[in-house]
Design a protein around this ligand. Structure first.
Ligand code: ZN
Length: 296
């Protein structure tokens, strides 16, 4: 094998094989990243007839960079909203600590909590918008649907729980209240954060940020673990009764402290992942927009 052949083999290996046919020609609608020319049918080792840029360079671009600018700007908007939601959650948590000492903090905690919910709903809706003209892998689609629908489902169930409490509390019937309550807590604390971060990790895998994608995956698992701990803790009064809880007051304080610390670490980790994702998505958007301008 000659030096050129070895070079060509290495070059072909670095390209996503689904983009090429058996003759190593471009078998998909891939735009030249420099001029926007459609490279379909051109040899992978050739150059663009319009701008003489290497075809392989366009094929090696991260897959996300080839997505539409409209969809990418949605991702960016979603990430920004989720960052706002995290900020408001931090304010809620801080205000909740101060609540014990000052009443005005109650209003602030409530307001920031409501803001966090609204920003999460809008952010997740933007981040999980379907990608037009692209039939994603099944795994990606499952996680997109889970991330998209678990937060609004949590809010819906929370409203149902509040209504049921209003109806049943005077009669002290615990079962009709506890089932929707448990479902709300499970969806809100266990399913939603895990699904959203898991889907973010899948999106990041379509860029060159493999380490960031792994970090998002780790953050998802950490939040899942904390969510399960918190869920079990929230359900404790339903099984043991309020009276019995007083006996385990010290143990529960330790659990609450540890979960609080865990959420602080996860919050910081998620903020870092979202800040980096914002940077990655804005780069992909800039690449997509400049390609559109060139091809016009
Ligand atoms: Zn070109």
């Amino acid at each position: 094998m000659t030096v050129t052949q070895t070079g060509e083999a290495t070059l072909i290996k670095s390209i996503d094989p689904t983009l090429l046919d058996s003759d190593r020609r471009v078998a998909a609608d891939v735009d030249c990243f420099q001029c926007g020319y459609n490279l379909r049918t051109l040899p992978a080792t050739g150059v663009c007839p319009e701008c003489a840029g290497a075809v392989a360079d366009s094929l090696r671009r991260p897959e996300l960079y080839r997505a539409s600018a409209v969809w990418l700007s949605g991702l960016l908007h979603g990430v920004r909203c989720l960052l706002f939601a995290l900020l408001q959650l931090a304010i809620t948590a801080a205000a909740a600590v101060v609540v014990r000492f000052a009443m005005p903090a109650v209003g602030l905690a409530g307001l920031a909590g409501l803001g966090a919910v609204m920003f999460t709903l809008v952010g997740v809706a933007c981040l999980t918008a379907p990608e037009r003209h692209r039939h994603g892998q099944l795994e990606r689609e499952h996680w997109r649907q889970a991330a998209r629908w678990s937060p609004p489902a949590t809010c819906g169930l929370a409203l149902v729980t509040v209504c049921i409490v209003g109806i049943f509390l005077p009669a002290r019937v615990s079962l009709p209240v506890s089932v929707p309550f448990a479902a709300t807590v499970f969806l809100g604390l266990v399913v939603s954060p895990f699904a959203v971060l898991r889907y973010l990790a899948i999106l990041l895998r379509r860029t060159r940020e493999a380490a960031l994608a792994r970090l998002a995956g780790h953050a998802a698992v950490a939040l899942l673990t904390l969510g399960i701990m918190n869920f079990l803790h929230a359900l404790l009064p339903l099984f043991t009764g309020i009276q019995a809880l007083h006996q385990f007051r010290d143990l529960r304080l330790i659990v609450v402290g540890l979960t609080g610390l865990g959420y602080l670490v996860c919050g910081l980790l998620s903020t870092y992942v979202l800040l980096r994702s914002r940077h990655v998505f804005s780069q992909a958007l800039a690449a997509s927009e400049s390609r559109r301008v060139r091809s016009d």
